[in-house]
Design a protein around this ligand. Structure first.
Ligand code: SF4
Length: 346
């Protein structure tokens, strides 16, 4: 038995650690100084090899927290990706880049070990912990190294100080923006050329950042409420607890829908096939979290839907973190299966 094409994984994010040198309120992974978890290097290597063998995945992303705090993982997994022909990408806050000479040396070592792509996170929340000089150092040093792509990842809303224009001023360069106002990628990746720019996205109000939602946010299109999720299983993640999870939308520790279980001691292919057979996973793929949230809210007025959603993962968070909503969809799996059946056989 195999996975249907639309669920076949092509990317793995290794959420190497929840520990971070910054305490960003809007971090999807709920990371911070006090978190201690780290993925096992051995489990990460086994997972990468297995996903290569089964599905020929194209890309492994090293994220956190701050993945450069997990040096042994990077020093083994990046060369492994290179040897298997898998693209590797590092997402970092550049906390290590205070000295230009050392920054250049570190990036050169990463490149020599096989790293293909660099993403540097910088926005209002990181700026409280990271000196802008570090971003300039990492950016300028990366230009002397032949990475396939280098992006500054910037999350912003209408109140943000650190915007795409701020970053361009800081770096003294005009840079392409990766996304348009609707979040659609406007950049065509060219394998032959180096791609650089700003990966501009809207802030995700998750975890600690929930307290900061402006009740009078300017209204914008609520497409996130109506979108299906085509990342699920296709863009898998391994979390710092060594569990394989359906995506990296937010911290999915023990999530009853999207935590597929520990890699150690399990057959990874079996875990993924079981997940792909699950009614809620299929409904997330086909209809999206907004459909399930609105379906549940129609029958239970205790279930809340926010006025504004910045991203589909915020909608998913509200579906899975309101117990009354997640209980409702669990209890109504048979009805959801019937809706799916009808949609698939129309
Ligand atoms: S919408 Fe849900 S399933 Fe899809 S990527 Fe976001 S958190 Fe994951």
């Amino acid at each position: 038995m195999s996975l249907p094409e639309y669920f076949t994984p092509d990317l793995l994010t290794v959420i190497s650690t929840n520990r971070c040198t910054a305490e960003c309120k809007h971090c999807c992974m709920n990371s911070g100084f006090k978190r201690k978890e780290k993925v096992s290097t051995e489990t990460a290597l086994i997972t990468i090899k297995k996903l290569h063998e089964l599905f020929h995945i194209k890309c492994v992303v090293f994220a956190g927290g701050e993945p450069t705090l997990h040096k042994d993982l990077l020093s083994e997994a990046i060369p492994l990706c290179k040897s298997l022909g898998i693209n590797s990408r590092l997402i970092t806050n550049a906390s290590w880049a205070s000295n230009y000479g050392k920054t250049k040396k570190y990036l050169h070592e990463l490149y020599e070990s096989g790293l293909d792509e660099l993403n540097i996170s910088f926005d209002d929340y990181h700026a409280k912990f990271i000196d802008p000089k570090n971003i300039v150092n990492a950016w300028n040093a990366s230009k002397e190294i032949n990475f396939k792509s280098v992006y500054i990842a910037n999350s912003q809303d209408y109140r943000s100080k650190i915007t795409s224009s701020y970053i361009m001023n800081l770096l003294g360069e005009n840079l392409p923006l990766r996304f348009d106002d609707d979040g659609k990628s406007t950049i065509v990746f060219d394998k032959e050329n180096k791609n650089i720019g700003i990966s501009n996205s809207k802030i995700m109000y998750l975890f600690k950042g929930m307290d900061e939602i402006d009740p009078d946010l300017p209204h914008f299109s609520q497409t996130a409420l109506y979108m299906p999720c085509h990342n699920i299983i296709k863009r898998l993640a391994l979390n710092p607890f060594n569990h394989i999870i359906g995506c990296c939308g937010f911290e999915l520790k023990n999530n009853e829908f999207l935590d597929f279980g520990p890699v150690d001691g399990n057959d990874l292919q079996r875990l993924l096939i079981d997940a792909s057979d699950d009614i809620i996973i299929k409904a997330l793929y086909r209809f999206g979290p907004g459909f399930l949230l609105r379906y549940a809210a129609r029958y239970n007025s205790d279930i809340k839907i926010r006025k504004n959603y910045n991203s589909i993962c915020e909608v998913c968070y509200d579906l899975m973190h309101q117990k009354v909503a997640s209980d409702f969809i669990n209890e109504h799996c048979t009805d959801i299966a019937k809706i799916l059946f009808t949609a698939e056989h129309r």
